[in-house]
Design a protein around this ligand. Structure first.
Ligand code: ADP
Ligand code: GN1
Ligand code: MG
Length: 345
């Protein structure tokens, strides 16, 4: 968790190291949970995004190498991506994407369809990235079995004495342990192919413009993975009827019409998917949402050291929305499977 304040001197020195000295305003920006992000205004009228990479989470050198390779590859193919203006670990400077916006919540099916197409195209665009293999930025990132192990460890240590207050959440997760190994096992056995994937396809990691163009951002977890996790995380965030930290759970559910838009947008672009992958698209939404719920709960029990939080129980509130989303997807499982079959042909 990085809630720390930065002095103007510290920010100015980071900017100067990347060649910018005419800033007129540097202020916190966006709602990412991991890095420290700032919008920079300059006397020239040119704007930037300044970020301090969270080096407790990311290995800085491997991260820089991955981001530089991915952005250069996309640029060489004429695809709009993040433009790296400077990169001096742990700081980096991106050109501000003028005319684009990111949203934390989808408000119409067209937005979901667009985002799904954007992430599918991103996978396609990176499929021919030359060797060597991209670095595994966070090993076992979406490995639900390993995330359960981390939850168990955090619950056993119970450093904040919070375990007794989360018995219902732990029981909900316990009841679903059997499903946890499915995708990791199939990948290990070669039944699901490894691809270069984004791994953090939440809706605020794609910038949208009014004319339907878009740019995939937050490339920090782009590494070898499964397309299913990318699709699953879209289901988690882009079908949600309410915010990830909505406290009123009656407002939290997965919207079928947004799911349909996602499937339509994704399958129109993701021509590379195998039949096995297609057959697991609906399941992947439930699995990744459960996995993120497990991660929020583990962080809550461990004392909020990973995700940025704004108040005491923030991670618990987030965990509860994820589990409610899982419940909602489970209740609609047959309809969701039918939607996938309709578009998968
Ligand atoms: P985090 O890893 O913490 O999620 P992100 O890289 O996703 O950080 O950035 C956080 C937010 O900042 C994004 O959701 C987006 O709204 C905004 N943002 C990031 N990069 C740019 C950019 N190049 N231009 C405009 N806005 C950006
Ligand atoms: C984090 O960086 P951000 O806010 O886009 C997290 C994702 C989670 C997400 C939950 C590197 O994403 O894995 O799904 O929060 N990123 C990392 O909202 O752990
Ligand atoms: Mg982000």
């Amino acid at each position: 968790m990085s809630n720390r304040n930065y002095s103007q001197e510290e920010l100015a020195s980071a900017l100067a190291s990347m060649g910018v000295t005419d800033q007129t305003d540097v202020s916190r920006y966006g709602s990412g949970h991991i890095n420290d992000t700032f919008k920079v205004e300059t006397a020239r009228g040119v704007r930037y995004i300044l970020q301090r990479v969270n080096t407790d989470i990311f290995p800085p050198d491997t991260l820089k190498s991955n981001v530089m390779r991915v952005t250069a590859h996309l640029k060489a193919k004429g695809i709009r991506s993040l433009e790296v203006v400077g990169y001096e670990n742990p700081w980096r400077l991106y050109a501000f994407l003028e005319g684009y916006k990111s949203v934390d919540l989808v408000t119409n099916p067209a937005e979901a369809e667009l985002a799904a197409g954007a992430f599918a195209k991103f996978q396609n665009d990176l499929a021919d990235l030359p060797e060597p293999r991209l670095g595994d930025i966070i090993p076992k990132f979406h490995d639900t079995v390993d995330r359960l192990r981390q939850l168990d460890e955090a619950a056993a240590a119970d450093v904040k004495g919070r375990k007794s207050s989360v018995a219902a959440e732990l029981a909900f997760i316990d009841a679903r342990r059997e499903e946890a190994a499915k995708i990791v096992t199939m990948m290990a056995e070669g039944e699901i192919p490894e691809r270069i994937t984004h791994n953090d396809t939440k809706i605020n990691n794609v910038m949208l413009a009014g004319d339907g163009t878009n740019v995939v951002i937050d490339l920090d977890t782009t590494m070898p993975g499964s397309a299913l996790y990318d699709f699953g995380d879209m289901v988690r965030t882009s079908t949600a009827a309410a915010a990830e930290d909505e406290k009123d759970l009656s407002k939290v559910y997965s919207k079928k019409e947004y799911f349909e838009a996602l499937v339509k947008g994704y399958l129109a672009q993701a021509k590379f998917l195998t039949e096995t992958e297609k057959s697991l698209l609906a399941f992947s939404g439930r699995l990744i949402t459960l996995t993120i719920g497990i991660r929020f709960l583990a962080d809550y029990l461990a004392g909020d050291t990973y995700f940025r939080t704004a108040y005491e129980d923030h991670n618990l509130v987030r965990c509860r929305t994820q589990l409610k989303m899982v419940e909602s997807m489970e209740a609609q499982a047959e309809e969701y499977e039918a939607i996938v079959r309709k578009y998968a042909g």
